[in-house]
Design a protein around this ligand. Structure first.
Ligand code: AP5
Ligand code: MG
Ligand code: ZN
Length: 218
């Protein structure tokens, strides 16, 4: 049973690393951005509300985001542990999550911070394609799909996110540095933070994360 938070700027590789890490840990993948995009494709009220923030690169208000994620982790697949991706992103979100887990006698075990320099992030996001059905991320250069335009995992259609334009990416980065960086300290102060150099090949980053978690668990 392990609850892990993946932290990192937009494009740091949270979704990419989550794909292998959830299998290794045997936990559910809970990605707030994926949940908002799913809601949007289903045209729910939540999706339409989230859209107005996402397209500007701003954070969706805490209350809505917290309710959505805390509701999601009630589902049975989360009983064996969760890998959180993109949540928490503000101090209030981190505290709300801790309170909820504490109420169930659980806790966040580790927070993994994937560090990548800003210029690399912009390049990654401008070449990203994601699956319309399962949201697996690909990259034109560093991680192309086997069949162009199709997802390796489920065969779904690949598309480019509307918030991956350079202008919106710059705004998302600003928001990350002002609103999300404080939670790095929050987990560091709890002795839970593991830092990983994310500016390397996808496989090298994955092995570093596994090694770090193994050392910590041993
Ligand atoms: P969200 O979907 O969470 O986006 P994000 O945090 O901006 O992160 P990304 O998904 O863009 O990056 P990633 O780290 O997953 O990178 P990936 O693995 O895809 O959030 C979107 C929006 O939703 C927010 O702006 C906000 O509006 C809202 N939202 C979501 N959560 C919220 C919350 N908690 N509170 C409030 N609002 C919230 O990789 C990127 C690319 O790089 C891919 O092409 C990949 O193939 C490639 N790549 C990955 N690793 C490597 C590597 N090592 N080397 C080379 N290329 C690589
Ligand atoms: Mg992602
Ligand atoms: Zn897919």
């Amino acid at each position: 049973m392990m609850n892990v938070v993946l932290l990192g700027a937009p494009g740091a590789g949270k979704g990419t690393q989550a794909a292998t890490l959830t299998k290794q840990l045997g936990v559910a993948h809970v990605a707030s951005g994926d949940l908002f995009r799913r809601a949007l494709s289903e045209q729910t009220e939540l999706g339409l509300l989230a859209k107005s923030y996402m397209e500007k690169g701003e954070l969706v208000p805490d209350e809505v985001t917290i309710d959505m994620v805390l509701e999601r982790i009630r589902q049975p697949d989360c009983a064996a542990g969760v890998l959180f991706d993109g949540f928490p992103r503000t101090l209030s979100q981190a505290k709300a999550l801790d309170e909820r887990l504490a109420g169930e006698g659980k806790t966040i075990d580790k927070a993994i911070y994937i560090e990548v320099p800003e210029e690399a992030l912009v390049k990654r996001l401008s070449g990203r394609w994601i699956c319309r059905d399962c949201q697996t991320p690909y990259h034109e250069v560093s991680s192309p799909p086997k069949v162009p335009g199709r997802c390796d995992v489920c065969g779904g259609e690949l598309y480019q996110r509307a918030d991956d334009t350079e202008e919106t990416v710059r705004e998302r980065l600003k928001v990350f540095f002002s609103q999300t960086l404080p939670i790095i300290d929050y987990y560091e102060n709890q002795g839970k933070l593991l830092r990983v150099d994310g500016d390397r090949d996808i496989d090298e980053v994955s092995s570093s994360i596994s090694r770090l978690l193994q050392t910590e668990r041993a």
